[in-house]
Design a protein around this ligand. Structure first.
Ligand SMILES: *Cc1c(COP(=O)(O)O)cnc(C)c1O
Length: 397
């Protein structure tokens, strides 16, 4: 097989060469524990400090406001559980129907099963046909018992970008903590926490060209916090566990690289994504783009092809060495349309044929050409053999 065309960057990304080089010494020679009382350990400690500065610089916050975690999921769990634990008099959570399971699954568990004998009321805000939230809905959902609002910055399936600045502003006015899952936003679009009313923010290394198994949580200075992992004094008593020094160094380097690549993402990657969508829609009848046309990440295309199964498209693309995704990477395996497509009210026949292609700065125009050449005949073939494929839309029931 020739080298794969990797259009699945919202699922995970390749490790940047610069990142691998930066972390390598800490996998090898510089294996000290950052808290040891010797120079060897201190070298590791210094590398962790540098990485914290690099991440803080990308986000526009102070280094002390960054806690390193094991992944985006841990960051989300830590943020929400901390908000609830530090607000024992409150019993209500506001989130959306389109969150990643790392937020949605936790919130549903807290409302259905509860934790430590307490159950929280949960409001999951709807989205419209373009996957967009209504701001008045956010305001109306918040009441005197609301402990936290958790709304993702950008959706992993559609790339839709939520107005987190406005949402955070409403939360601040009402004195409610605001957390955002920014795993898909960080590195793709500018984030400047010094100017935003955001109390906590989650990010994940492997979505921005660092390895899997490293994440970070921003906790704004002054926000009450309760750790998830109880142990040693690492991370200023906010996360027990010996620091994953090589991964932390990698995340720092990836953050530094991302800052320098954002312009490429905003221009070249966006232009490739737009061309991909335009050409595919021109060549495939009964196809539509899912998600808000303007308020969207530059790298994500989510297209529904009527009368075909997304899984079948994936298998046939895979045979050509093209990697994409259908629905959410976490839910494929089941044939139900993803919770995001359902929340958007995408018709069942279209939701089934949804294909997500997510690009990165490593993709090329030649790869886009190849997908534009390969995909339309695949759709035609699948429609020819589909039991629905030959019927006119009006005849379907
Ligand atoms: C990938 C992802 C996560 C989970 O991050 P991990 O590091 O894989 O745990 C959370 N939220 C969103 C929006 C994601 O895309």
């Amino acid at each position: 097989m020739t080298e794969a065309i990797y259009f699945d960057n919202n699922a995970t990304t390749r490790i940047a060469d610069e990142v691998r080089e930066a972390m390598a010494p800490y996998l090898d020679r510089l294996y000290g524990n950052p808290h040891s009382m010797h120079t060897f350990g201190e070298l590791a400690g210094r590398a962790v400090n540098t990485a914290r500065e690099q991440v803080a610089h990308l986000l526009g916050c102070r280094p002390e406001e960054i806690i390193f975690t094991s992944c985006g999921t841990e960051s989300n769990n830590t943020a929400i559980l901390s908000a609830l634990e530090t607000r024992p008099d409150k019993d209500h959570i506001v989130t959306t129907r389109v969150e990643h399971p790392a937020v949605g699954g936790l919130c549903r568990k807290l409302s259905e099963q509860g934790l430590a004998g307490k159950r929280w009321r949960l409001t999951e805000l709807p989205v419209d046909g373009e996957g967009m939230l209504s701001l008045p809905d956010v305001g109306n959902a918040i009441d005197g018992a609301t402990a936290a609002v958790s709304v993702m910055w950008a959706n992993n399936e559609t790339g839709v970008v939520f107005p987190v600045e406005r949402i955070g502003g409403m939360c601040r006015d009402k004195g409610v903590l605001f957390h955002t899952d920014a795993v898909q936003a960080v590195g793709k679009i500018p984030v400047n926490l010094s100017e935003l009313p955001i109390d906590m923010l989650s990010l994940s290394g492997h979505k921005l060209h660092a390895p899997k198994g490293i994440g970070a949580l921003y906790v704004r200075g002054g926000v009450r916090f309760s750790p998830l992992l109880i142990g040693g004094h690492q991370e200023r008593n906010r996360r027990g566990g010996t620091e994953a020094v090589p991964n932390i160094v990698a995340l720092g380097k990836a953050a530094e690289l991302a800052a320098g690549r954002m312009e490429d993402e905003r221009t070249r990657v966006r232009a490739m994504r737009d061309r991909l969508e335009r050409e595919l829609l021109a060549r495939c009848p009964d196809a539509r783009v899912n998600g808000h046309r303007e308020s969207r990440l530059p790298n994500t295309a989510n297209i529904s092809f009527e009368y075909v199964e997304g899984e079948s498209i994936l298998l046939m693309l895979d045979a050509h060495g093209i990697c994409a995704s259908s629905g959410s990477a976490c839910t494929s395996g089941s044939l139900e349309p993803s919770h995001v497509m359902r929340a958007m009210g995408v018709p069942y026949t279209a939701a089934h044929g949804s294909l997500r292609m997510s690009l990165s700065v490593y993709n090329t125009e030649a790869e886009v050409d190849r997908v534009i050449e390969v995909l339309p005949p695949i759709i035609r073939r699948l429609r020819d053999i589909s039991p629905f494929g030959r019927r006119a839309p009006a005849e379907r029931t």
